[in-house]
Design a protein around this ligand. Structure first.
Ligand SMILES: *C/C=C(C)/C=C/C=C(C)/C=C/C1=C(C)CCCC1(C)C
Length: 260
């Protein structure tokens, strides 16, 4: 509409490249579903951040750090989502670097949550934490090298998968899994189990996104749309829902303790 109303703008638009999923004015188009998903998730992350920080008041002291970390995860992601939406809408490109910077900060914070939830109920060795961090780094460095084009997409994928497998081993069969099984009260054990399921099935969505983005050989625009929609959906589950699980066990454990 602006293009017909203002000939100068129309002329300027005419010389700009035409992206099917983006607009050169920097305004989110109504049919840009990937851009809209960036927008919606930005808002959900902001709301979740406020929620986790405010709810700290309701839980007993040993659970407060867990809620703080949940809020930091959604806060860091929210800021990245604002910027990633901008990159997508204005430049019309996939914001790979910012996605990985976000993951590099938020995934270790999620790993800290596993450690904290166990530390809230028993004494745990820091080795658990470091092993989870090493698995995270291998997974993310592999993925980034593939997505950014430094390594072949297949070898990078396999290295990333190995890092994830290492994390799964630690939380199911390693020390973290054993502590939860042996010493945790039922509410903590059930939260730990749900968190593990998220790291198994919720996290599986990311390699699926990578697969559809790089390994199917479909055209570039379709791949970029699929990749971003899949990664965005995965983040809602793995950042907001993950935090809500911790919040719910923190509230129920705190109320339980108050009764005794
Ligand atoms: C908040 C962000 C989260 C929880 C991001 C998680 C990312 C992954 C689980 C990524 C996994 C990948 C593989 C398992 C294989 C290689 C490609 C990756 C990096 C997408």
């Amino acid at each position: 509409m602006a293009a017909t109303a203002f000939p100068a703008i129309g002329a300027a638009l005419a010389v700009m490249p035409d992206y099917s999923h983006a607009t050169s004015t920097g305004v989110l188009k109504q049919n840009d579903f990937v851009g809209i998903s960036f927008w919606i998730i930005s808002m959900a992350l902001i709301a979740a951040t406020a929620f986790f920080f405010l709810e700290r008041d309701r839980v007993s002291p040993k659970w407060k750090t867990s809620l703080t970390v949940s809020g930091l995860v959604t806060l860091v992601a929210a800021v990245h989502y604002f910027y990633m939406r901008e990159v997508w809408v204005v430049a019309g490109s996939t914001p790979t670097v910012f996605r990985y910077i976000d993951w590099l900060i938020t995934v270790p914070l999620l790993m800290i949550e596993f450690y904290l939830i166990l530390a809230a109920i028993t004494k745990v060795q820091s080795g658990i934490f470091w092993r989870l961090i090493i698995g995270t780094l291998v997974m993310l460095i592999g993925g980034y090298m593939g997505e950014a084009g430094y390594w072949g997409v297949w070898p990078a994928f396999i290295i990333g998968m190995a890092g994830w497998a290492f994390i799964l081993y630690e939380i199911f069969l390693g020390e973290a899994g054993k502590i939860s099984a042996e010493t945790a009260p039922p509410a903590v054990r059930s939260a730990f189990n749900t968190m593990r399921l998220i790291v198994t099935f919720g996290w599986a969505i990311y390699p699926i996104g990578y697969f559809f983005g790089y390994l199917t050989g479909s055209n570039a625009a379709d791949s970029a749309n699929a990749l971003n929609i899949i990664y965005n959906a995965a983040d809602v589950l793995n950042k907001i829902a993950f935090g809500l699980i911790i919040w719910s066990v923190a509230v129920s454990e705190s109320e339980q303790a108050a009764k005794h």
